[in-house]
Design a protein around this ligand. Structure first.
Ligand SMILES: O=C(COP(=O)(O)O)[C@H](O)[C@H](O)COP(=O)(O)O
Length: 334
């Protein structure tokens, strides 16, 4: 039986911050988790390689259990642990730290490359509607603005956590004129919009896009209005287990994000539901923009197979903690 090793406070703190959404958004979650594994490795006082591997596996497990929907998290953990190599603790520490650095650099590069590709979709004078806050999506707008295009944005508030406020503020920093709307106003504004641009927490093998709750309804409305829906998602958002039919778990969060206890009492015994994400079917998506190019959603499976192969390891559950196969392409390259 594995006893749970004591983890570095940075791992515990990162796990708490992810669970409580102080760190949020799929790319940021992956980056923070990888960084925490790096700290754990650097400071480990394990006496044997086996003990080191056990500790790293436990740290990854702790991080894995924080939020279930963004596949960037397990993809990050897999990428780092699958590079853990060596016959002594020092070598193991070094290889993990190298892997963490490579992962974090790749993440930034992929977002920049994706932004350049996505920017090509926008012309001078275009109006873009956003939902939630996605660093991948914003990277496309930033690249378009830097290339000289005047872009305006209609930003959905995104209840209950109002991540639209973050998007509005970052767009203003880029000099983009912003109209902030409540979610239910989206349909009314679509006639004045040229593109809907969102990010993704996970992309399934059939091209379905799992993103912040409200994305699916927005995509249906946009299709009705003839407005193209573009999803900006670096390849770390591809969910390899969906290749074998696994469904993506949709996180259900505390209902107090929707209404406080006093208001709930005033209303009476109403059930309140707070699913954090929904699934947009591929037929409502025009393109998925990745750092490897743009894909119609139905063909994203080819990229997924290329990057992940057919089998997906979960090294945090692996008795050796090594992750034997299929684990090298989490961020689109080694
Ligand atoms: O749905 C969300 C965030 O949800 P939450 O706020 O619940 O984490 C974002 O659209 C994706 O994570 C993509 O973000 P990015 O492009 O930054 O990875």
């Amino acid at each position: 039986m594995d006893e749970t090793p004591e983890l570095h406070s940075d791992v515990e703190e990162t796990a708490r911050r992810i669970a409580e959404m102080e760190v949020r958004g799929a790319a940021s979650i992956a980056d923070a988790a990888a960084a925490a594994l790096g700290t754990q490795a650097a400071t480990a006082e394990s006496e044997t390689p086996e003990a080191f591997r056990r500790t790293m596996r436990a740290a990854a497990r702790r991080l894995y259990e924080t939020r279930p929907t963004a596949v960037s998290l397990p993809n990050a953990l897999r990428y780092v642990l699958s590079g853990m190599d060596g016959d002594d603790v020092e070598t193991l520490q070094t290889t993990v730290q190298q892997r963490v650095s490579a992962f974090r650099d790749d993440l930034d590069d992929a977002q920049d490359r994706l932004g350049q590709i996505g920017a090509g979709r926008f012309s001078d004078g275009d109006v873009v509607m956003t939902h939630c806050h996605s660093s991948d999506a914003l990277s496309c707008i930033e690249a378009a603005v830097e290339s000289g295009a005047d872009i305006e944005a209609v930003v959905k508030e995104t209840r209950p956590r109002k991540q639209g406020h973050i998007t509005a503020s970052e767009l203003r920093e880029l000099g983009v004129p912003v109209t902030l709307i409540v979610d239910s106003a989206a349909h009314s504004f679509l006639d004045d919009v040229d593109h809907v641009l969102v990010g993704a927490d996970s992309i399934a093998a059939d091209g379905s896009v799992i993103n912040k709750i409200g994305t699916a309804g927005l995509a249906v409305s946009a299709r009705d209005r003839g407005v193209p829906v573009v999803v900006a998602a670096q390849s770390i958002k591809l969910h390899p287990k969906t290749l074998t039919g696994t469904a993506v778990a949709i996180e259900r969060r505390d209902i107090r994000e929707v209404l406080d206890e006093e208001t709930h009492e005033d209303i009476g015994a109403a059930e309140v539901a707070n699913p954090a994400f929904d699934v947009t079917p591929p037929r409502h998506v025009d393109a998925i923009v990745t750092e490897h190019g743009q894909f119609p959603p139905e063909s994203i499976v080819t990229l997924m197979r290329e990057l992940f192969g057919d089998s997906v390891s979960e090294p945090w559950t692996d008795p050796d903690g090594t992750g034997a196969t299929g684990a090298s392409a989490a961020s689109g390259g080694e």
